[in-house]
Design a protein around this ligand. Sequence first.
Ligand SMILES: C[S@@+](CC[C@H](N)C(=O)[O-])C[C@H]1O[C@@H](n2cnc3c(N)ncnc32)[C@H](O)[C@@H]1O
Length: 277
Amino acid sequence: MTLNREEIVKANIQLHTKLSTVYNETEPHFYPENQDVVRNILLQLKKETQGNKLLDIGCGTGFILNLSHDIFTEVCGIDATKAMLNRVDTKNGKIKLFEGLAEELPFDNESFDVITGYSFLHHLFEVKDVVKESFRVLKKGGKAYFDLEPNKDFWLEIKSIKDMQANQFSALIQREIDSVKSTAERIEKEHGIAKEIFHKAEYIKDYKHGIDPNDFKTKAKEIGFSQVKVEYYWYPGQGNVIREQSKETADMFDQLLKNLLPNSRYIYKYLRFILSK
Ligand SMILES: C[S@@+](CC[C@H](N)C(=O)[O-])C[C@H]1O[C@@H](n2cnc3c(N)ncnc32)[C@H](O)[C@@H]1O
């Protein structure tokens, strides 16, 4: 099947219009402990750029906007789905919203100090187009931060083993396999969104198996970013270790796995990128 950008955007608008009313309450990235992690990254970006203006692309209901409006002087958000933008809390008067596409940002060259995109790149038809637009609207010395992106090394591995005989995996791996098989079905049942729409809206994850960190790095450098930092994070079972043992124990395993990179790259579910212009 050949898809194009218009179809992917249309599927995103359909999916996120339906999800908008329950989005903040159902997405795990809104958990307070994750908000603390992201807020610290935003504070670090402020410190490193000494900038005042932040743009969040694919801002949705305002996850990043809420965490950054008291750090930066001016905070803008753009999203293709009006129903998501309608849920952004703009009471503080500092947040400006735009309905539009990340591939065609309605801003002048070099107008922002920081660009962010959270849980967003894998919803696109082509990541490169948006990284290019981000580079264009970013000031020299500015930084772009993209987070909660599916690590292709991990998801390709899970997809490649998903049809093997049952019962030969641990409960942890089986859970990941089941999530590949059943997430679209669950969304269809709970929210009445056809499976095909969900898959199209998650185009890079469901059709391309995630983002290849090395490919992303190469493309971002070709576009002109001088530095691209890639961080792998969250191994299956990390939540269990935190709950059943302690955060310190989970961090200790994490450090061990990080010391084993790049060999441990198949273990981590998510990627975070920090790019410098
Ligand atoms: C998973 S949500 C993430 C929302 C928010 N960043 C968050 O972390 O809660 C992805 C968002 O990207 C938006 N989106 C998808 N494709 C887009 C595009 N091409 N241009 C602008 N927004 C887009 C969707 O409408 C949706 O609100």
